[in-house]
Design a protein around this ligand. Structure first.
Ligand SMILES: C[S@@+](CC[C@H](N)C(=O)[O-])C[C@H]1O[C@@H](n2cnc3c(N)ncnc32)[C@H](O)[C@@H]1O
Length: 389
């Protein structure tokens, strides 16, 4: 992964696609008296029907896309998650799996294959993605890797009622649109996007009341100004909807992020928003809307607070490396090695990537939220850091 300010030039087709989306964004700006919030811009850039980054056809995730995720890097990740699902499903006696934001469908395929090995297949594996266009790719992946298990997979267009089982989301929270704001001399400014002389520009304006209220709860008064950061205002509504859907079971969310005190640290005065374009990381979200991923780190304290208010019990919080260790990463590694000794180097690299502190091991966290289900989850048996939230 390269960190850069110079991006590779997109193809002419890709540029034309981005132009179309820019014109949609321009129209939204005009309809909204000349400016839209950064959050609205990010929502359109990622999810605008037919044009947004996650919605339009091109391959985004994986080696040939813009960035890698854990399930794209190694099946070991999904096997460990399957092990955690197995523990919950065994306790619930009957229950299904619902995966949110399933990307390429690779995690679904590997989880199903592992649960089959453990004779613990759920009757249903549901997938719900804000980008329904990914369904075809997910279907193709499962068809290729686990064709006999495809009958168990169903795609939903909204959260189900009275769900029992495990809800999974890997790198879903970081793909939610955020508000960006700057505190300067006791004033709070919202980052907005305007259209000027044929291009998109960022502009700061006094924050609206709802954003000011949300920022006031972050206690940032002592920050040296200017202090720029983000906030995800979708969390409360999202967890309320998840809670209304889950009757009994566990939600497991995996993502990169921090506790609030680390996130809103005086030194982190430029926020955490970054963009991915063909494995180049940059900080310019207005470049090529629709062609690059825009993402912000997750504030896990806010996640825990919103989940708690929505009726969940926060039952675990730990690093990805501790979660995988608690879910038998070593066992799955040895099994894979025995099956394919010639892959020793490759498998060792995968374990390093998933669990070294300098790779995904510490940067990624796992949070568990329980509903009507009392259970010491294996993933948090190595170390549980709920006290840090
Ligand atoms: C960064 S990708 C991660 C994909 C996959 N989970 C992985 O790890 O490879 C984020 C995914 O979450 C989806 N997404 C974003 N917000 C969502 C929401 N509120 N509900 C369901 N899916 C969502 C996006 O469409 C996209 O497929």
């Amino acid at each position: 992964m390269k960190f850069t300010t110079e991006l590779p030039r997109p193809s002419d087709d890709a540029l034309a696609h981005s132009q179309k989306l820019q014109h949609k964004i321009r129209d939204a700006i005009h309809e909204n008296n000349g400016a839209i919030s950064f959050r609205r811009y990010m929502e359109m850039a990622l999810y605008q029907q037919g044009l947004g980054y996650y919605v339009a056809g091109a391959r985004k995730i994986g080696k040939s896309g813009d960035f890698m995720t854990a399930p794209e890097s190694s099946p070991l990740f999904s096997q460990c998650l399957a092990s955690q699902c197995q523990q919950v499903l065994a306790q619930l006696k009957e229950g299904d799996i619902l995966e949110l934001g399933a990307g390429s469908g690779l995690m679904a395929a590997h989880i199903l294959l592992e649960l089959e090995k453990q004779s613990s297949l759920p009757v249903h594996y549901y997938i719900l993605d804000v980008s329904p266009e990914l369904k075809q790719r997910q279907q193709e992946t499962i068809e290729k890797l686990a064709p006999h298990l495809l009958v168990r997979v169903s795609w939903l267009d909204k959260l189900p009622h009275s769900f029992t089982g495990v809800i999974l989301g890997n790198e879903v929270l970081d793909a939610m649109p955020v508000d960006v704001f700057t505190l300067h001399k006791d004033q709070c400014f919202e980052h907005q996007v305007i259209w000027q002389e044929g291009e998109l520009l960022e502009q700061l304006n006094p924050a609206p009341a709802d954003l000011m209220d949300a920022v006031a709860n972050l206690n940032l008064a002592d920050m040296e100004s200017p202090y720029t950061t983000e906030i995800n205002q979708n969390l409360a509504g999202w967890f309320a909807a998840l809670s209304a859907c889950l009757s009994q079971g566990v939600v497991l969310l995996i993502d990169y992020g921090y506790t609030a005190s680390e996130y809103y640290h005086p030194a982190r005065n430029k926020g955490t928003l970054i963009c991915h374009f063909q494995h180049h990381v940059n900080e310019v979200p207005l470049y090529y809307p629709g062609l690059q991923d825009i993402t912000a780190n997750v504030d896990f304290t806010a996640v825990a607070n919103c989940a708690d208010k929505a009726g969940f019990r926060v039952s675990g919080f730990t690093s990805q490396s501790a979660f995988l260790a608690g879910n038998q990463l070593e066992k799955f590694f040895i099994r894979a090695l025995e099956e394919s000794p010639e892959k020793q180097y490759e498998l060792a690299q995968q374990v390093r990537l998933l669990s070294l502190p300098s790779e995904m091991g510490e940067r990624f966290k796992v949070i568990a939220l329980n509903k009507e289900c009392v259970l010491g989850l294996e993933g948090f048996s190595v170390i549980d850091q709920r006290h840090r939230l």
